[in-house]
Design a protein around this ligand. Structure first.
Ligand code: ATP
Ligand code: MG
Length: 223
């Protein structure tokens, strides 16, 4: 008899920070414990209490790529990240569940004292800095506002303070970061939360292992 190679563990890709922290209770609900903290451990592959599941710690915006190519069987990513990812790459991803975690809002924000509504009424051309170029382009196009979009990869709040942009499109949860930088949210574009995404091939070939986890996540996310 030829030796049977053991099935590799299912691999879940997610980012550290708020998504990791808010995923822990969902994993617990599925009976899975994670002993290591990615903030202190330098490991990028974390084992769990289940031999059948390991975690990959990747940049938030890289989660869809790992799942799409099958390097991870499934992953957890914000709608913000998924929407931008779809702009250049589709297919191979199945999105079964809104996990309702890492909730925030995508907003337009401007410096305190800047009359955004007046600028819009006057048809001024606005310079807008953002990481979310697709969402921003579609938002302003739908409003009929002319914008020059400036792509940034982080710290968008800085852009209006140093004259790089008139406005930003960014995620807001408590509003503390905006306030600390003398900015105010003037338009709510869309509510954001994180979704589970699954590699389509894995969904077929590993559904028996995936199903109990997906079911437990779905139950825990509405609880
Ligand atoms: P990186 O820090 O790797 O550049 P990032 O800043 O997008 O990426 P995080 O700050 O960990 O990564 O955010 C990950 C996800 O958390 C976001 O894509 C979004 O879906 C969600 N999120 C919830 N609230 C906020 C918030 N106030 N600011 C940023 N992201 C938030
Ligand atoms: Mg960050």
């Amino acid at each position: 008899m030829s030796p049977v190679s053991p099935t590799p563990p299912l691999t879940l890709a997610l980012s550290k920070g708020r998504i990791f922290e808010e995923t822990l209770p969902l994993l617990e609900a599925a009976g899975v414990h994670v002993a290591e903290d990615p903030e202190t451990s330098r490991k990028l592959i974390l084992p769990t209490s289940s031999a059948g599941l390991r975690l990959l710690i990747v940049r938030a915006s890289d989660v869809p790529t790992y799942v799409q190519y099958g390097a991870a069987d499934f992953g957890i990513a914000g709608k913000d990240v998924l929407y931008e990812h779809e702009a250049h790459d589709t297919g191979g991803l199945y999105q079964p569940i809104d996990l309702n975690i890492a909730r925030c809002r995508l907003c337009v924000a401007v410096p305190q004292g800047f009359d955004y509504q007046a600028a819009v009424r006057q048809g001024s051309r606005l310079r807008v800095a953002t990481k979310y170029v697709r969402a921003a382009r579609e938002h302003f196009a739908a409003k009929g506002v002319y914008v020059d979009l400036i792509k940034l990869y982080g710290s968008m709040e800085l852009a209006p303070l140093v004259g790089l942009a008139d406005a930003i499109v960014d995620l807001v949860s408590s509003g503390n970061t905006l306030r600390a930088n003398h900015l105010v949210a003037v338009e709510h574009i869309v509510d954001i939360s994180s979704r589970l995404i699954v590699n389509q091939a894995a969904l077929k070939t590993r559904s028996a292992e995936l199903r109990p986890l997906l079911d437990a996540f779905a139950r825990a996310s509405v609880a």
